[in-house]
Design a protein around this ligand. Sequence first.
Ligand SMILES: [Zn+2]
Length: 213
Amino acid sequence: MKHEALRQQLIDTAVAMNRSGINQGTSGNLSCRCEDGLLITPSGMDYASLAAGDVVFVDHDGEPRGPRLPSSEWRIHHDIYTARADADAILHAHPTACAALACLHKPIPAFHYMVAVAGGRDIPCAPYATFGSQELSDRVVEALEGRNACLMANHGLVCLAGNLDKALALAVEVETLARTYLLCLSVGEPAILDDREMDRVLVKFRTYGLQRD
Ligand SMILES: [Zn+2]
């Protein structure tokens, strides 16, 4: 897809992200892979007022080009695309329930079979590092090994997917799981599905995904 169409799609998904309630203001950011690098939302600009020219292009060497500054977390996006050939869209936000668990340094265990939506038996929590730092990016890339989503300690959530719509859908799903897990924790410790069951679910998810596409 040409840059121009991708830029508009990125803006539309950013607006939809805020409408979905998983993000407030401009704390989150969204990107998609393009032929020669990536396109990412600019730093600190209201999504609803974005024009295609405000979207920032970052080349393969991590060099931003254009009149706007890229989101402060552009490194995470750049490094995930380098590490993960299966990522064509990335969403980062601070959804309330995910951020609450991340502040407790709690990964989301297999308390519900839908945890497999993120590609594994749990949804890990990357250790804390300062926002916008290379260290944070390294920790997130590591936590995402074998997963499509992870929490970020004292910060928020990162999701990757094959396109922007799927990245947003995954983020909404993970936030729903986080909210349900918090609700469980407010009453007691939920029962955790064992590894064998989660492996069965993961196989079913892979088949299900193929049928849907
Ligand atoms: Zn953030």
